[in-house]
Design a binder for this molecule. Structure first.
Ligand code: FES
Length: 124
């Protein structure tokens, strides 16, 4: 399950820019592209720079440390599309920019499509 959490107000993020926000126990980068908002993990998988402070151009953010590039619409690493960072749904409700976040982190190995019997048989 997931829920939408307000992270910013309309006007807080300039068009063509991004910003990072603490959502639960992680940092999420929100980007404003031509009136639309997008959300991906803020943590660059290379060495941990904040993607929210990267350069945004044509729907792609460039990491400020070593220039890895990610699509803000789906988190794909542009230079190696087999890899991607987390991507989150965003909506605007009134003046609130809201991000969809999981209600709680699932334990490692957990899949909501698995039944309890599946998990028990896997662990034997
Ligand atoms: S930390 Fe992002 S490219 Fe190196």
């Amino acid at each position: 399950m997931r829920h939408f959490q307000t992270v910013a107000k309309v006007g807080d993020i300039d068009d063509g820019a991004g910003a990072a926000f603490k959502v639960g126990d992680k940092m999420i980068a929100i980007f404003h592209v031509d009136g639309e908002y997008y959300a991906i993990d803020d943590f660059c998988p290379h060495m941990g720079a904040s993607l929210g402070s990267g350069h945004l151009e044509e729907g792609t953010v460039t990491c400020p440390w070593h220039a890895w590039r990610f699509s803000v619409s789906d988190g794909t690493w542009v230079d190696n599309p087999k890899l991607k960072v987390g991507c989150y749904d965003v909506r605007v409700t009134g003046d609130d920019i809201q991000v969809a976040v999981p209600d709680e982190e699932a334990p490692p190995g957990y899949s909501p499509s698995e039944s309890a019997a599946d998990i028990e048989s896997r662990d034997e």
